[in-house]
Design a protein around this ligand. Sequence first.
Ligand code: UD1
Ligand code: CA
Length: 460
Amino acid sequence: MRYNPSMPLSVVILAAGQGKRMQSDLPKVLHPVAGRPMLSHVIDCARALEPAATHVVHGHGAEAVRSALADAPVGWVLQAEQLGTGHAVMQAAGQLPDDHLVLVLYGDVPLIRPDSLRPLLERAAQGALALLSVRLPDPAGYGRVLRDNTGRVYRVVEHKDATRKEQAVDECNTGLMAMPAAALKGWLGRLSNDNAQGEYYLTDLVAMAVKDGVPVEAVEAPTISEVMGVNDKLQLAEAETAFRRREAEALMRAGVTLIDPTRFDLRGRLSHGRDVELDVNVIIEGEVVLGDRVRIGPNVVLRDCTIGPDTQVHAHCVIEKSRVGGACSIGPFARLRPGNELSDGVHIGNFVELKNSRIGEGSKSNHLTYLGDADVGSRVNVGAGTVTCNYDGANKHRTTIGDRAFIGSGSMLVAPIEIGEGATIGAGSTLTKNAPPDKLTLERSKQLTLDGWKRPVKKT
Ligand code: UD1
Ligand code: CA
């Protein structure tokens, strides 16, 4: 659902902080949740609100942050010195037209959802300062939302500036807020850093709004996990768990069977058909597409791949940057490295490695084989222990195998080489020349039996 604003929206994402408690050289907002930088999750959330512009205030590790998100459709605002959240928004003020709404998000609050922000925008469009709040069982460290005895919000006080009584309040400021740009800019000009941390607090806007007679509204966040800030590796792991849980629930609601949703990892995006089933410890990375009735066995890693309907991937397979057709059987223990195209009905069995190969319809390679840079036709049978010798130490060469060929076990196919349609290759052959169609080709020294040969015996 699109939020229908009466005013255009500018989003400001605060991402300049260092994140000391991460104990890491990587800027905090680049630490990944589900395989993507936290900041990129926040940018995606902003985009879903269809803003006129998104500005990212960055500072610590500026170059690393910009280059990690070089393709993001955002404007970059530099905050050279980190003097507080209010100071951070000041740096973007020049980019915020007076007739816009402004939404402030945090780069280290990665799980926020667009639907939870829409109520803030609706209230801000009516002229209010709207902030997202959350009730926390352990509110230590957070700013507290203070209400008067009629229940009206009159101030947000930072934990370090709060009295004991104020610290007992469990309604916390998530930091995310929305307001009309013109009002925001007026307030920013009046901020001071006269407080416990010597910082320009964005949260001081609340008291200013009250003073100016602007309504302040605290909207409670639907869930705690989506407003959790990530400040250290423990919270990073919590965010990962919460994200996984949320994604798993969405998949199950959409009809995917997860044998155990706590033993499932999504580090990217999964598109799926109907009646897809994932056994335990499946890891999905990048963009993965699974057709109707695909079944994935336990301990499988799928990275940037598409798998056609009715295909079964058995236990312990790794499939990367490949397309697998329908009604295939893969594994157990198969490895598909990047660049493979498998047609329908292909069987790839245990300890078979494929790389940059095309396998035609109904072809089988069931045991202990390496097919690299190969073009394999349809209904080909590749025997156990076959190797396409594709690398001469300097260059890679292709192997072409025609339809209905039968490659005997233990064959070495030294590329470049072509095996004709319907050719049969005798087991144990090392072929360096093309094999013609419909004939038996073999390369093998004659079998000898020595009469009168005696087994050596131990000397006494
Ligand atoms: C802030 C809020 C607090 C709220 C909490 C929720 C203020 C003064 N306090 O506190 O009320 O409960 O978030 O998590 O706003 N940042 C900059 N530049 C700066 C300072 C911070 O870009 O100069 C960014 C950080 O990178 C971070 C965000 O702003 O993404 C929040 O900063 P942080 O220092 O973590 O604020 P808190 O002390 O947690
Ligand atoms: Ca924080």
